[in-house]
Design a protein around this ligand. Sequence first.
Ligand SMILES: NC(=O)c1ccc[n+]([C@@H]2O[C@H](COP(=O)([O-])OP(=O)(O)OC[C@H]3O[C@@H](n4cnc5c(N)ncnc54)[C@H](OP(=O)(O)O)[C@@H]3O)[C@@H](O)[C@H]2O)c1
Length: 305
Amino acid sequence: MIAKVPTVKLSSGYEMPTIGLGTYARNAEQGQVQKAVEWGIEAGYRHVDTAMIYRNEEQVGEGIANKIKQGLVIRDDLFVTTKLWNDKHAEADVLPALEQSLSKLKLTYVDLYLIHWPVSVDQNDEDTGIDYIETWRGMENVVKLGLARSIGVSNFNKEQLDRLLTAAQIKPAVCQFEISPTLTQHDLVDYCKKLSIAPVAYTPLGLLSDARPEFSGKDLIKTDPKLGELSQKYGKSRAQIALRYLIQRGITVIPKSFTKSRIEDNLNLFDFELSRKDMNLVDSYNLNLRCVPALGMSNLKNFPF
Ligand SMILES: NC(=O)c1ccc[n+]([C@@H]2O[C@H](COP(=O)([O-])OP(=O)(O)OC[C@H]3O[C@@H](n4cnc5c(N)ncnc54)[C@H](OP(=O)(O)O)[C@@H]3O)[C@@H](O)[C@H]2O)c1
């Protein structure tokens, strides 16, 4: 049975499904992303998250095109996000960058275009210091041209959001940043909501010790015994508890999986509800620990963390 996914209304007026399929993997095998997107659409995902820098837009586009061709969905059913990379922050570079992404995605518009990071570099990764306010003018232009329905940002902090809002003609509809039971981010989530910016959680499963062996044993999804108890109590997987916790906080989630059964499981979040007490329990796992500290960018102007 295809799960019914609730949507959130963005300040642009468009609806965004509250769960999307993440697609980033450092070492994806050829064809894996396309397969995951196809499995996702078959399972009921209508929201897919990619980025120019993931170098997988062609595969995402191929997966979408196949499912449209097979008549399972039409373009309008889908919510596709991609992101502008840091070396395309000059106002004049935004349109050609999006045109390139659209061509790879085989789409005529994206539902959401995000500034991936507030920092700006050149082709050699040297700081250009371009102000993201300038970039935003390029973002507004692609909305006016009908190439992006909504625009937003990723990895911006409170001060950067404030500054952007003062200068923006079109308000950012979304801020995508890392949020999980091990990085609860109450402050920034509440701030976004106050500004009518929809928060989207990347790396929503939080700490996985496969990726950070130095935290082995603190791995929430795989090993935490209390999460195991909650999982038994609700008859749901540990990952589903973690994702449901975010959904109940009013946060959209974009878990990535290339495993068919997990892609399906991660979507099954809408037939149970965590009690207030259990929400507090999941909240208590907070380690304030970033899985994506982006230390390689830390010397750049406008580094957000
Ligand atoms: N804006 C940004 O700067 C930014 C940064 C990072 C990520 N993102 C986006 O956010 C998406 C999600 O973040 P992420 O990929 O870093 O982390 P994630 O979705 O929290 O975790 C992905 C990992 O969890 C595993 N997994 C998925 N479902 C599971 C389940 N039910 N049980 C156990 N393990 C499970 C996956 O393995 P398998 O694939 O083997 O199933 C994969 O190793 C990315 O793919 C990308 O689209 C954006």
